[in-house]
Design a protein around this ligand. Sequence first.
Ligand code: NAI
Ligand code: MG
Length: 332
Amino acid sequence: MKSITVFKGDGIGPEITAAVLQILKAAHAPYDYEEFEVGEKEYKKNGALIPEAAFRSFEKTKLLLKAPITTPIGKGFRSLNVTLRKKYALYANIRPARSSAVIPTPFPDVDIVTFRENTEDLYIGVEYAMDADTIHAVKLITRKASEKIIRAAFTYAQKHHRKKLTCVHKANILKQSDGLFLHTFYQIAEEYPHIIAEDKIIDNLCMQLVMHPAQFDMLVMPNLYGDIVSDLTGGLIGGLGLLPSMNIGTTYAMFEAVHGSAPDIAGKHIANPTALLFSACLLLEHTGEQEISQRIKKAVQTVWETTNIRTPDLGGTATTEEYTQAVIRQLQ
Ligand code: NAI
Ligand code: MG
């Protein structure tokens, strides 16, 4: 049995976490769970968004299934995700976007996995004023961080039998910084001769993505482009409802839905647990449980194809619990 740290989060977090844990148990995932209240409630009670015990648990298990957390409004709050990424060196942000039959989109055949570098580029947050009217912002690209994210992408491609990896950049203008990223990409590509390696300039990629997305398989890029392009690929498949993600480093890995805590529907029993469930499937695959992940995804697919049991965001009338039970029935 592997131990998994679970942050139950705010808003719809506890509801979708309960649903996902029920499904994981029904699928006999070989895990036990260390569950923690994190976020607003915890902050009001104990003055910290994440209690020390929750950090300790993650440091022990190295695996975190994280529900969305409401970012408190006010000064002095750093984004919790930025904190977690930094503290645990989660250098790769990975978002698979795959079209599905339940969400109508003009792009029914999208299946793209984006690898976004998570630790440097313009996101190091170094900006300074040369004078009152001139600001410099630092774009940091290192060979080391570039190698890590690019190698992670090729390794994933190999493990998941992907055919092509596209490096996204603007090296025609940013000759040194993006140039280093691009050069590193083709160096590492030589170690993976059976995976097609190509590159696209970011602006051209954006046009291609909205015109002919099916030509892309996997994308790898520096932080800023990755932030924007992974939202674009999410939009191609119809938005937030079904989008999972993972943040991985050498030691730690964190799995979460792309959406937030949805306070507008919290407690109404209508939240869609699928994005967090698919994030849990990424966790299963990360820990070598491909078969269980496949079974869960197939169960969801069967519910979509053979019933009209869906949560309201997908046009249905089912509650979170009814939808969860329908998936569990398919697993049995
Ligand atoms: P949101 O993603 O929570 O909600 C946007 C819209 O999508 C809402 O109408 C919501 O009801 C709907 N929605 C989202 N997830 C859904 C689900 N699973 N099922 C059904 N409907 C769903 O974005 P919003 O409202 O901008 O942010 C709310 C809070 O979440 C904020 O405090 C924000 O900072 C936080 N947030 C946290 C994230 C995280 O912890 N990873 C990520 C994004 C936002
Ligand atoms: Mg973003």
